[in-house]
Design a protein around this ligand. Structure first.
Ligand code: SAM
Length: 215
């Protein structure tokens, strides 16, 4: 069976992420369950469980598993938390959030990727609310969120995302120039106060939109 062929490399990927410093066992367990190969072209299946970003069309990528693990850890999700993802892409991060028990909302600017991710999630039995549009504006209909994760590199922190956080909620977002971005975790401490942590450097595709980079 096709699925069995991938179980060993997937276990090895989880071991690698643990060695790289991912500690949250729930995040590791989630990554150990997601059939990442189903989200990429069959010609790339041999690389599905390598710790690397891979092309998914439209000039976009499925995020590196390590990056997905770090962003998921930083959100400190409790089951039932309402989480907004900006940049659905393949749906990989979205599936990890679902496995962590979150109620997931996700926005993707490429209509084709939105449709593909929606179908991929349905096929694997994951329930998430997806939308095609500009995620730099958040998704006000379902705000506030307990966590917001941005999976593309932003030039600045979009104000709308900050405003759509619950008190105690966390925004995890890479911010920087086109070469590298620093991962920020911004926690809404009160109605008007925020606490910002600056973490490691990463390299993402650009966040394109009204409050992001020009298209
Ligand atoms: N989370 C995705 C995954 O697991 O496959 C990562 C996909 S990729 C690194 C980032 C995605 O962000 C791309 O699909 C891109 O089209 C999308 N994106 C960029 N700017 C966006 C915006 N303003 N709103 C929504 N999606 C955006």
């Amino acid at each position: 069976m096709v699925e069995r062929r991938f179980s060993r490399p997937r276990t090895k990927l989880v071991e690698l992420l643990r060695e790289k410093g991912v500690k949250d066992h729930r995040v590791l367990a989630a990554i150990g369950k997601i059939p990442r190969h189903t989200l990429i072209d069959t010609a790339l299946h041999h690389k599905a469980y390598e710790d690397t970003a891979l092309p998914i069309g439209m000039g976009q990528t499925i995020s590196q598993p390590y990056t997905v693990a770090v962003q998921s850890e930083l959100l400190e999700i409790n089951p039932g938390d309402k989480i907004l993802e900006v940049g659905t892409g393949s749906g990989y991060q979205c599936m990890v959030l679902c496995e962590l028990g979150a109620e997931v909302y996700s926005v993707e600017r490429h209509n084709e990727l939105y449709h593909r991710a929606k179908e991929a999630l349905r096929k694997q039995g994951y329930k998430a609310m997806l939308k095609s549009g500009d995620g730099t504006l958040g998704w006000s209909t379902y705000a506030p969120y307990d966590g917001i994760v941005v999976t593309a590199g932003a030039p600045v922190v979009p104000e709308d995302l900050i405003r759509q956080l619950n008190i105690g909620g966390k925004l995890v977002i890479p911010v920087g120039d086109s070469k590298k971005q620093m991962m920020l975790r911004i926690t809404r401490v009160s109605e008007t106060e925020y606490h910002q942590e600056e973490l490691d450097d990463f390299k993402f595709v650009p966040l394109i939109g009204e409050k992001g980079w020009d298209g």
